[in-house]
Design a protein around this ligand. Sequence first.
Ligand SMILES: NC(=O)c1ccc[n+]([C@@H]2O[C@H](COP(=O)([O-])OP(=O)(O)OC[C@H]3O[C@@H](n4cnc5c(N)ncnc54)[C@H](OP(=O)(O)O)[C@@H]3O)[C@@H](O)[C@H]2O)c1
Length: 399
Amino acid sequence: MLSVACSRCLWRTVGLHKRPVLIAKPGKDRGLHVSSVRNTIMPAWVIDKYGTNDVLRFNENTLFPVIHYPNEVIIQVHAASVNPIDVHMRNGYGAASLNMTRDPLKMKIPGSEFPIILGRDVSGVVMECGLSVKYFKPGDKVWAAVPPWKQGTFAEFVVASANEVSLMPKSLSHTEAASLPYVALTAWAGLVNSCGLKKETCPGKRVLIIGASGGVGTAAIQLLKAWGAHVTVVCSGGAQTLMNDLGADDVIDYTTASLKDQLKTRDLFDVMFDNVGGTSEELALQYLKPWSGASYCTLVTPFLYNTDRMGIADGMMRSGFTLGSKVIKHLCKGIHYRWGFFTNSGPALDEIGEIVDAGKMRPVVEKVFPFSDVPQAFDKLEAGNARGKTVIQVIDLKQ
Ligand SMILES: NC(=O)c1ccc[n+]([C@@H]2O[C@H](COP(=O)([O-])OP(=O)(O)OC[C@H]3O[C@@H](n4cnc5c(N)ncnc54)[C@H](OP(=O)(O)O)[C@@H]3O)[C@@H](O)[C@H]2O)c1
């Protein structure tokens, strides 16, 4: 059934949009004639092997992306942002599963995935549309999170499926917009898809966010507050003011005393959203309301680690076994146990965009790096203590 709550989704679903012009107009600001026919190379940050920051290489001669499927668009990237997944992928994390998704025929050929362009978030302008794209046209300002098995956004252009792209919120600049898609969609996947939270079900719910001061946490707080939940957050001391500014009702500093002890003085929760993992999982059985539909969702899962270590089949089996046994253990105590994963979705981004334009969610940009400084941006993220997002300004136009 169509949701009339989201007008952009409605337009997207029924495909009511002007027919796209297939060849982009010259990019007036850069004097570029941008189309996949005329351009064959572009600047991008690539990796040719896995490793530490040294493997990041600026390559002016990276192949220009091409539209392979009729539902794809080419986006000129104005801004991107760095996420922990970029650092993990640079190190080789997830390679086994991602290679299978990239090209199952080549997955057994070592190194066939390179060069890889990292970067998941994009805010930019549509340059060219595939033949079946009805919802977008060249010149549209868009934002998106490109999934990890596709070439990324630390580049001047990127190809994305129109299904994962959304019109950019009117109230944001490109650098602001690029900070949100991946983290907001991950928060959405965890809260909405895994824990069943949404506008209608949130009022009166007590939600605990563990690891609230980074990218996903700052997006999750704002979504939950926009929907009327009571939000308790766990962060280190320096993030207290940010947490209050974003609307958190109760802030717990995990560095001053044990989290377990601090939670003892609070009421039980309906949902626990865990961005930290490890021992925080043990809190679910103690501090969620049993037998009342309460859910625990963690973003830190062994899924990709298992497939890297054991191969696809054995790794998936191991993950299935681990997940299954945890689900049963928690279900016996009346708690739903979930693993949350980023899910690319243009329609979800449409809804997030409406929340942003309604003034109920704002980007939390901690630092902006120029395109020349992508390795420094990785250093910043790896140093930890994130307070929102680290953004890359890819082209230096007036935004
Ligand atoms: N499964 C998926 O699809 C998926 C998708 C996105 C992200 N993730 C994972 O989710 C996690 C969060 O992502 P992110 O983008 O928000 O990362 P981030 O921006 O780096 O933020 C992590 C935050 O956690 C805080 N933190 C660290 N240890 C903590 C603890 N013990 N208790 C409370 N807070 C703590 C850090 O601040 P302090 O150090 O100052 O406390 C930082 O603000 C990462 O592990 C990431 O890999 C998974």
